[in-house]
Design a protein around this ligand. Structure first.
Ligand SMILES: [Cu+2]
Length: 146
């Protein structure tokens, strides 16, 4: 009986560890736009899909002084960019960050972003219960989405 109890406890521990390690938001089509020499601002794109209602709250990268979540809309024939406090992700509904729409804006770049290299990001999420989580992303630097 004692042995059975020990086995089932470690099995439970294993299951909960696996659950924590599983990534709750699937990140695909990630890329960061290459910059010209002297350019201080960059942009990054990706598709985010969460299994549950979630919000992207904050993004960090060592290559940028700050990273903002932006939307881009056409108003009276003029492209307008707006900073978002959070980017809501509906369960199982892909949210595309792509040129002309949502994007991450990188300010105060520490170095030029060169094609063939990559940028590391830390994405901070919060679910509808208020639980926060982070995910790391390695995004290749490209000239276009290809
Ligand atoms: Cu922007």
């Amino acid at each position: 009986m004692m042995r059975f109890a020990i086995v089932s406890t470690s099995l439970l521990a294993f299951i909960s560890l696996t659950a924590v390690a599983a990534e709750e938001v699937e990140i695909t089509h990630a890329w960061t736009r290459a910059t010209a020499p002297g350019q201080q601002v960059g942009a990054a794109y990706m598709t985010l899909q969460s299994k549950t209602d979630m919000a992207l709250e904050r993004v960090e990268s060592a290559v940028a002084g700050s990273v903002e979540i932006h939307s881009m809309t056409m108003k009276d024939g003029v492209m307008q960019m707006r900073m978002l406090e959070t980017l809501p992700l509906k369960a199982n509904q892909p949210e595309k960050l792509a040129p002309g729409g949502f994007h991450l804006m990188l300010f105060d770049l520490k170095k030029p972003l060169k094609v063939g290299e990559s940028v590391d990001y830390t994405l901070h999420f919060k679910d509808s219960a208020g639980k926060t989580s982070t995910q790391h992303l390695i995004s290749p630097i490209k000239r276009t989405a290809d």
